[in-house]
Structure formats: structure tokens, C-alpha cells
Design a protein around this ligand. Structure first.
Ligand SMILES: CC(C)(COP(=O)(O)OP(=O)(O)OC[C@H]1O[C@@H](n2cnc3c(N)ncnc32)[C@H](O)[C@@H]1O)[C@@H](O)C(=O)NCCC(=O)NCCS
Ligand SMILES: Nc1ncnc2c1ncn2[C@@H]1O[C@H](COP(=O)(O)OP(=O)(O)OP(=O)(O)O)[C@@H](O)[C@H]1O
Length: 196
């Protein structure tokens, strides 16, 4: 079983590529954002440390859950808080995904385990993955998609872009680049070409 990390900036088309992989290959898909969100829930392992760190900010709702919009505003505007949150959450995400990979390897039923995260390079997944893929679309294309499909403002897009690695770093670190600027069929053909 090959352990493949899928990365790229916000709105690059990672989820769309994963949906195709899930349909067409004997694989498991894990998403860093989903794992992170579950580990940040009340009662989960990161929650206590996040309460200690984030109590000065208005990010908790009435039930004590982290409220997405205010958390996004805080994390993408305050780099030092983002780094502290990442230092709590990302090691826990990595531990969790590595345990899942180990379990999948023991069971021996899958051809691939794909793990998607915008922050694979920051968290040094090149050390644990068999290979990394970079899903690429230009910043202009991603900005257009994020405004059209998610209603993000230019300010939010600028902040997220600034918090993620530049294109050059992704290209240097990843064995394969999938250009998702064209049609879905074109993107899927690139995936087939890589996996044979
Ligand atoms: C910031 C939050 C509230 C934004 O949630 P929202 O649903 O509005 O957006 P979404 O999750 O789709 O994120 C938008 C983009 O930002 C990226 N992103 C998320 N967290 C971070 C971060 N800490 N640093 C840099 N980019 C990030 C995502 O990968 C995605 O590309 C949420 O992502 C979060 O709680 N992040 C902290 C946990 C984390 O670090 N997750 C990233 C993977 S480990
Ligand atoms: N050829 C293509 N390949 C992949 N996605 C495409 C393509 N053309 C358009 N898109 C669109 O790009 C948008 C963003 O894709 P997606 O949500 O998969 O991004 P993402 O990289 O997963 O973002 P995030 O980092 O927020 O998780 C989607 O609306 C998708 O339909």
C-alpha cells in the first residue's frame, strides 16, 4: 500500500481530485481538516490546550465548541496565534493519520492511502509519505473559484494565501504536479497517468 500526500493551496481542487480517487481506486482517504476539526471538539485531546490558549478571544459558542467564522478570522489575521494552534493540533493530526496508515498496512486490503492537507510541507509529511502530489491552479483561478463557490471575500483570500506555502516550495517538494486549471476530465486524465 502506497501512502500518498496530496497538497496544494486553498481552492486548488484537492477535494475534487480526492473524490475521483475514492471512486476509482482501492484506497482510503483521510483529510487533515476533518481530523483537525474532530480533535478540536470538546472532550477531544486538543480541546483543553485550545481553551487555555484561546480563552482571551471570542471563538467559543454557547456549547463550548469552536465557532468556525470567528476562528478563521482569528487564525488568518494573527500569525502567532495560528502558529500556537498549529503546534497543538498538527502533531495530534499526524499521530492520528500515522496510526490509520499502520492499521491499513496491517489489514493489507488497500492499494493506496491518500492524505490531504494544505500544510503537508510545513508539517514535514515528506518524511513519512511515500510520495507527495501538488494540486496546482493559479492564484487568479483559485481566487475566482473561492469567490464564486464559497463566497469568500478578497480580504479572506489574501490572508489564507499569505498563510500557505508559495508555488515554488510546493513544486520543489512534490514528485507529481496535477494542473487543475482546465476541465475535470483533464485533471482526471493526469491522475490516471500517474497511477497507471
Ligand atoms: C481556520 C478554520 C476555522 C477555517 O475553517 P473553514 O471551514 O472556514 O475553512 P477551511 O477549513 O476549508 O479552510 C480554508 C483553507 O485554509 C486552510 N487552513 C486551515 N487551517 C489552517 C492553518 N492553521 N494554517 C494555514 N491554512 C489553514 C485549509 O486547509 C484550507 O485550504 C479551520 O480550518 C480550522 O479550525 N483550522 C485549524 C486546524 C487546522 O490547522 N487545520 C488544517 C489542517 S491540519
Ligand atoms: N479541473 C478541475 N479540477 C479540480 N477542481 C476544479 C477543476 N475545475 C474547477 N474546479 C473547482 O475548484 C473548486 C475548488 O476545489 P476544491 O474544493 O476541491 O479545493 P481544495 O483544494 O480542496 O480547497 P481547500 O484547500 O479549501 O480544501 C471546486 O469548486 C471545483 O469544482
Amino acid at each position: 500500500m502506497k501512502f500518498i500526500g496530496i497538497t496544494g493551496g486553498v481552492g486548488a481542487g484537492k477535494s475534487t481530485v480526492l473524490a475521483y480517487l475514492k471512486e476509482n481506486y482501492k484506497c482510503h482517504i483521510a483529510l487533515a481538516d476533518d481530523l483537525a476539526k474532530s480533535l478540536m471538539e470538546p472532550g477531544s485531546i486538543c480541546y483543553g490546550a485550545l481553551v487555555d490558549l484561546l480563552s482571551p478571544y471570542q471563538v467559543f459558542d454557547g456549547a463550548g465548541r469552536i465557532e468556525k467564522e470567528s476562528m478563521a478570522r482569528l487564525l488568518f489575521s494573527k500569525e502567532e496565534v495560528r502558529a500556537q494552534v498549529n503546534a497543538i493540533v498538527h502533531p495530534a493530526v499526524k499521530e492520528c493519520v500515522l496510526a490509520q496508515v499502520k492499521e491499513a498496512r496491517n489489514q493489507g486490503r488497500l492499494d493506496y492511502f491518500f492524505f490531504e492537507a494544505a500544510l503537508l510541507l510545513e508539517d514535514h509529511y515528506e518524511e513519512v509519505c511515500d510520495e507527495l502530489w501538488y494540486i496546482y491552479a493559479s492564484e487568479d483561478e483559485r481566487r475566482m473559484r473561492l469567490k464564486r463557490d464559497r463566497g469568500y471575500t478578497d480580504e479572506k483570500i489574501d490572508q489564507i494565501f499569505a498563510s500557505q506555502m508559495p508555488e515554488k516550495a510546493f513544486r520543489q517538494a512534490c514528485a507529481h504536479v496535477i494542473d487543475s486549471s482546465g476541465s475535470m476530465e483533464g485533471t482526471q486524465a493526469q491522475v490516471r497517468q500517474i497511477l497507471g
